[in-house]
Design a protein around this ligand. Structure first.
Ligand SMILES: [Zn+2]
Length: 464
């Protein structure tokens, strides 16, 4: 198993989609300096890949963010939940792991604490906001329909959301629906930056003129700028480097806005909502009108949740004789993965007794299983209508890896249960089944172990 990404159809003239999207979007936007002027978040998997593939662009993105931090005391980058999972569907323990891993990864790269966190698909519930606050995150961004208030919501300033206990409230920025929709879905709107400012941006500021600073926030998929839509990298640069300024609209980002302004109103959260499914968060757990007929989604969610419970139970059982802080140990495992500390150092912090090499090896395998088990819930596995795609199959492959690693240590049979659960996952058109995908990956783990006499290293997995 290696980090090599196989050739992919449709990505020509590049070898794969990562390379093509990089050339069309990340590279030109970094060259144009756009990463220093917008708020952005990039997932750890992509940044790991980019760091190796194109260190120059990777470094440019980091530097552009850091310059803001040095100049203003607040950066424009946002952290994200580590494995891009739908947080309201995760249990509290996983929410905390995802948030802490996301923060650790951000700090490792950008060298400072993030002020805000992007929630995957902006999916939210109260527990998620509580966990963000408990981990020193100050704000997040939501769609306007994810909140409600007595008075009409103008959205031209951020709001407070009250949290239980004696916590400070969470700050929520709402993006402008009309502006964001025009950028994402109306091709003509973004052909010319000056025209966009005239026809779309200026009217959004017209509704009142009380002399106060007012904010309009556009949220979009970052890969739109140059990849999904050609030349939009240049559109963005032109807008940021003059088109807005000429009409007295200054660019800012949430952290910078909060340095000079505080919210003045409270707003109520609509829990279990997201920006990309208008049926709440059903899209990532079953059938809704976003992906009609996707009958494989519910059994995939159910099956992977049951397997995750089993993997956790074995981890808990095994680790009990070593430490009571086994879940905190899992949260800190990210620092080993990031190369900040060694596994030995981590274990010494949590485990007082001296360990044999065999014990260390076992704990190491169980932690690797926990790493795999976190990413089995990556949201893109449920995003599309078909099971016969790489995303849901990747999630099952991670599950096979978590199950296999756990079995090596715990001596239990989780495979039979996995097969029974995933047999119910079936593509409605091609008939491909979840248990087939699981077995294929499980057997590859087996073969790999027999061949190399080594255990699987999660940092060198196949692409996602
Ligand atoms: Zn939906």
């Amino acid at each position: 198993m290696s980090g090599h990404i196989p050739d992919e159809q449709g990505a020509e003239p590049y070898r794969n989609w990562n390379e093509r999207i990089h050339a069309e979007c990340y590279l030109p936007n970094a060259d144009l300096g756009n990463f220093g002027k917008v708020s952005f978040n990039i997932g750890p998997t992509l940044l790991n890949w980019m760091e190796e593939y194109d260190p120059h662009t990777y470094q440019a993105i980091i530097t552009q963010e850091k310059l803001n931090f040095e100049q203003y005391g607040v950066g424009n980058g946002m952290a994200q939940a580590y494995n891009h999972i739908i947080l309201p569907l995760a249990n509290k323990r996983d929410k905390i792991t995802q948030i802490q891993w996301g923060i650790a990864d951000f700090q490792h790269r950008f060298g400072h604490m993030p002020l805000g966190m992007w929630l995957p698909e902006t999916a939210v519930d109260m527990e998620t906001l509580v966990d963000l606050a408990d981990n020193q995150i100050k704000f997040t961004i939501l769609a306007p329909w994810q909140v409600e208030a007595q008075e009409p919501i103008s959205g031209d300033e951020p709001y407070w959301v009250a949290l239980p206990g004696d916590r400070d409230p969470m700050i929520v920025f709402l993006y402008n629906r009309g502006l964001s929709t025009s950028v994402s879905f109306q091709n003509d709107a973004t052909r010319n930056a000056d025209q966009f400012v005239e026809q779309w941006v200026m009217p959004s500021f017209m509704s009142s003129s009380d002399g106060q600073d007012r904010l309009q926030l556009i949220a979009s998929d970052g890969e739109l700028y140059g990849h999904h839509k050609t030349y939009r990298d240049k559109f963005l640069a032109h807008m940021l480097n003059g088109a807005l300024h000429r009409r007295q609209v200054e660019i800012t980002y949430p952290g910078l806005w909060l340095r000079d302004h505080q919210p003045s109103k409270f707003i109520k959260l609509n829990e279990y909502t997201s920006w990309s499914c208008h049926h709440g968060i059903v899209r990532w757990m079953g059938e809704c009108d976003c992906t009609p007929g996707a009958s494989w989604k519910a059994p995939l969610r159910w099956g992977l949740e049951k397997l995750a419970e089993d993997v956790d139970e074995e981890y808990q059982r095994f680790m009990t004789s070593y430490t009571r802080l086994k879940w905190q140990l899992r949260n800190d495992y990210i620092h080993v993965f990031l190369g900040e500390i060694s596994l030995n150092e981590l274990l010494e912090r949590y485990i007082k007794q001296s360990l044999t090499n065999g014990e260390k090896e076992n704990i190491s395998k169980l932690l690797a299983a926990q790493f795999e088990r976190q990413r089995i819930f990556t949201s893109c596995g449920w995003f599309f209508d078909s099971f016969h795609r790489i995303e849901p199959q990747n999630n099952i492959a991670y599950a096979a890896q978590a199950v296999w690693l756990t079995e090596q240590v715990a001596g239990v049979d989780l495979k039979a249960k996995a097969i029974a659960l995933l047999r119910k996952v079936q593509d409605q058109r091609t008939g491909l089944r979840g248990d087939t995908v699981f077995l294929e990956r499980y057997q590859r783990m087996q073969t790999f172990a027999e061949d190399k006499n080594a255990y699987f290293n999660p940092s060198s997995s196949f692409s996602n």
